[in-house]
Design a protein around this ligand. Structure first.
Ligand SMILES: [Fe+2]
Length: 226
């Protein structure tokens, strides 16, 4: 891991301004990676805010005035409603997965009401369990997610069996609760999931994915070895 998992409360100085931008955003059709809709990426819809956001994120890791640092970031607002009115329905159970095409992933929670059971946890594989053998064995979980979140295709028996198998190979390692204006961030190699897709009001977040970082300063956890 080259980047630590962490959270920052009160990330935005004026979160109400960010909410205005979010609420004025155009949201697209579901992309199939998760429930709900993503806004048009911010580098397209609001380049000035995008630039300020990236500078704020990378200032956490680098002195941007004294290092040459380049990045490739995708960020957008994400709005989702629960997938079943029953909080315990398997449809509301998020899959544990990793997004290892990214160097860093993260989000900012933007519901002023601090949605309960709607944060994010990081997971570790249990001793002796293998992600590759789990995910290569049968249709990969991306296929279940895509078919359900994009097209509503849902075979309850198969879905429940597979998601239970998904949960069985992991143990929770770090738990972040959903708090208004809280940023959470983790390495792309970390397994994670939202706690539940059940929510009493639409869950609003700003997701971000760092695809590339190139800097003349070493990665945070590689700067000093002891
Ligand atoms: Fe993810």
């Amino acid at each position: 891991m080259s980047f630590p998992a962490f959270y920052i409360d009160n990330f935005y100085e004026n979160p109400e301004e960010i909410l205005k931008i979010a609420n004025n955003s155009v949201f697209l059709q579901p992309d199939g990676h998760r429930p709900g809709r993503n806004s048009i990426p911010l580098h397209i819809s609001n380049p000035e805010f995008f630039s300020d956001f990236c500078s704020k994120i990378f200032s956490i890791f680098y002195d941007l005035n004294n290092t040459r640092t380049e990045w490739n970031v995708l960020t957008y607002f994400q709005k989702s409603e629960c997938l079943d009115l029953n909080p315990n329905s398997p449809k509301n159970m998020p899959w544990i997965h990793k997004d290892d095409e990214n160097v860093i992933g993260g989000l900012i929670y933007l519901n002023e009401n601090n949605l309960k059971n709607s944060g994010t946890s990081i997971y570790k594989l249990k001793e002796g369990c293998s992600w590759d053998s789990f995910d290569d064995d049968r249709p990969p979980i991306a296929q279940y997610r895509y078919q359900f979140y994009k097209y509503g295709v849902y075979d309850e028996e198969k879905y429940i069996k597979r998601i239970k198998e998904n949960y069985e190979i992991f143990e929770e390692s770090v738990r972040f609760e959903n708090r208004y204006n809280r940023l959470i961030c983790y390495s792309g190699e970390e397994f994670h999931r939202a706690h539940s897709y059940y929510c009493e009001e639409p869950r609003l977040t700003q997701l971000f994915f760092v695809k590339m970082i190139n800097s003349d300063c070493a990665l945070p956890l590689l700067r000093k070895s002891i």
